[in-house]
Design a protein around this ligand. Structure first.
Ligand SMILES: Cc1cc2nc3c(=O)[nH]c(=O)nc-3n(C[C@H](O)[C@H](O)[C@H](O)COP(=O)(O)OP(=O)(O)OC[C@H]3O[C@@H](n4cnc5c(N)ncnc54)[C@H](O)[C@@H]3O)c2cc1C
Length: 577
């Protein structure tokens, strides 16, 4: 299941070329490869480096969409929450959500209760095939005293209690995405990161089968290797544009108006000290301020993960950063829900931020908050560009469904009429590295913690490896067995259990090409707060021989990575004048 950056594969012809390696593109590639189609996925940055790594970290139905009567989206998402959980039980966790109700709540308390009840009804099949660890309990009402015992920091004034229900924590979205990508690769897909689609290979249509002679047919893509600057032409019978928030930009090189637009909505999160103290709160809290604004406060990696915002964005997705106004919005909202006596969260408490752009469907007259999270598949044939599809909207949770819908449409089109697909049911396939489909991860994790004690790794580290890599944790243990120094931790920071072997594995088996790929999307270290110069240097020292860097190149890369991370922080720490 090695993700290899083998450029010779660019010379092969493909049935499907997928542009974009977010969760949508990965799921399209998995579905296509699973059905036996020759599949290539190209990603201009790193797999999952776009919106897919900036989520609220939930596989969820989206309870708040009930407010806008999005029953279909909620039902589909709840169905997919179950499917994704069963595919990778080692990378997800059931979380109790608390939806507090105050006397002034809008919607009113009875309406919130009705919403929670309806959410449960729409998730009627949540427990089908589910092992114990993934079972969803019934929602219930929590009295004010029980709520305050569970969440002592919540402002008790006019508080009535809370509705409790469950959703699924996508503990490390970067790793779950990689697990689905590995599964695509195992079915035969080729996946190349740092490979940007910069144009389409086209030819005039022949005027047959209802096409016009002014139409064009897409025959592949031109890609730019952003690591070397080399360009390649790749032939493909169909192309799927899964560029997420870049979707319209991917199409610009065609020079034709295809009438598809993206409604870009910026969403940020803050990672802060744990509100209420370490280990005190284990539930996720829907913190609603009197202003009507709300944030979700999730306990994550011994910290609080707070967000998201939802603001319209006009900048190109590559230029979007967290700014001071975003940070203030979250701090104001969460601080107004704190009980007297609890210290307000300040900028000094912020250890990290995430930012992503939601690629929403354009709905006239609606702001991004009220815009549907549904998805659409655009066949550009009727607009005169054949064999090209684009995907708009969607959620992390519905990526698999979107992948299936897309490949079914491709297979029904004349472009692939000679292909005989394999039978494939992605609702019943484990993600790469999963211990087993629809089985509790716990016994496997317990076994993993006991195994190979002679290596001297702490049980915490062994569990960390098994949770992140599933069955592949054995491969990391093999590395440590061969070279014991690879068992060393890359940081002594609280909660960071990554070891040097993961750096090696990231490069040899998981397609990492840069320090950021390793820190932010293969290891956990880059996602849990500020990464120090010493930590980056430690990772770089392990990576350098594998990347072929000499000492000067290594130091240069470390400096550049440090500067990149500092620049991100410098923007939001400065108040807007
Ligand atoms: C703040 C926030 C919180 C969210 N929380 C949740 C949540 O909890 N649960 C949930 O289900 N959903 C959530 N979502 C929505 C979800 O994250 C997105 O819908 C989903 O990740 C979109 O995936 P994608 O693959 O379409 O886009 P992306 O992940 O952005 O992937 C598109 C990829 O295309 C690549 N690309 C662009 N142009 C090119 C090119 N020319 N060549 C090659 N590659 C290219 C980009 O680099 C990018 O990696 C959240 C979104 C935000 C912003």
């Amino acid at each position: 299941m090695r993700i290899e950056r083998d450029l010779s594969r660019l010379n092969e012809p493909y049935d499907v070329i997928v542009v974009g390696g977010g969760i949508t593109g990965v799921c399209v590639a998995r579905e296509a490869a699973g059905r036996g189609l020759r599949t290539l996925l190209v990603e201009k940055g790193d797999f999952g480096g776009g919106t897919s790594s900036a989520t609220s970290k939930y596989l969820h139905g989206g309870i708040r969409y009930l407010e806008t009567y999005e029953f279909r989206v909620v039902r589909e998402s709840l169905r997919e929450r179950r499917v994704l959980g069963l595919a990778a039980p080692h990378l997800v966790e059931q979380k109790r959500f608390l939806m507090p109700a105050w006397r002034w709540s809008k919607p009113s308390t009875p309406l919130i209760g009705a919403g929670v009840g309806l959410y449960s009804v729409l998730g009627f099949d949540s427990n089908r095939d589910a092992p114990e660890s993934l079972r969803v309990p019934r929602p219930h009402w929590l009295s004010k005293s029980k709520l305050l015992a569970a969440v002592p920091w919540l402002d008790p004034t006019e508080l009535q209690g809370a509705f409790a229900y469950h959703d699924t924590l996508n503990v490390h979205p970067e790793r779950l995405l990689l697990a689905f990508l590995k599964s695509a690769v195992a079915f035969g897909a080729t996946a190349l990161n740092h490979m940007e689609a910069v144009g389409f290979v086209t030819e005039p249509s022949d005027g047959r089968m209802g096409t016009s002679t002014t139409d064009i047919t897409v025959r592949g893509v031109t890609v730019l290797d952003t690591l070397t600057g080399e360009r390649h032409e790749v032939r493909g019978r169909t192309v799927v544009n899964a560029g997420g928030p870049w979707m319209d930009l991917v199409l610009t090189s065609l020079g034709k108006s295809l009438g598809v637009k993206v409604n870009r909505s910026k969403g940020i999160h803050l990672l802060t000290r744990p509100i209420g103290g370490r280990g005190v709160v284990t539930d996720t809290v829907f913190a609603r301020a009197k202003s009507g604004k709300h944030v979700i406060v999730s306990p994550w990696m011994d910290r609080s993960f707070i967000g998201p915002t939802d603001t319209p964005e006009t900048a190109a997705p590559d230029d979007v950063r967290v700014d001071h106004t975003d940070v203030e919005l979250i701090l104001d909202t969460v601080n107004s829900t704190l009980a007297p006596g609890f210290d307000k969260i300040t900028e000094a408490d912020i250890e990290g931020t995430t930012v992503g752009i939601r690629p929403l469907i354009v709905e006239d007259g609606k702001d991004s908050y009220h815009t549907s999270r549904r998805h659409e598949l655009y066949d550009h044939g009727p607009s005169g560009v054949h064999h090209l599809w684009s995907i708009g909207g969607g959620k992390w949770t519905t990526g698999r469904a979107l992948g299936e819908e897309t490949v079914v449409a491709l297979l029904a089109s004349p472009a692939l009429d000679t292909v005989v697909p394999r039978r494939f049911d992605s609702t019943h396939v484990a993600a790469g590295g999963a211990f087993a489909w629809a089985e509790d991860a716990e016994p496997f994790l317990r076994e993993a913690v006991r195994s190979r004690a002679r290596l001297g790794l702490s049980s915490e580290v062994r569990e960390h490896l098994a949770r992140l890599y599933g069955t592949e944790h054995e491969r990391l243990l093999d590395l440590v067995e061969r070279e014991p120094s690879l068992g060393a931790r890359v940081s002594d920071r609280d909660g960071v259990l990554d070891i040097a072997a993961q750096v090696v594995f990231a490069i040899t088996d998981e397609g990492a090409c840069t320090l950021s790929d390793i820190l932010d999307r293969r290891l956990v270290i880059g996602t849990v707060g500020r990464v120090s110069a010493a930590e980056i240097a430690c990772v770089a020292a392990v990576a350098a021989p594998l990347f072929g860097w000499d000492a000067a190149a290594r130091d240069e890369r470390v400096e550049a990575e440090l500067a990149r991370r500092a620049a991100i922080e410098a923007i939001w720490r400065v108040p807007v004048a």
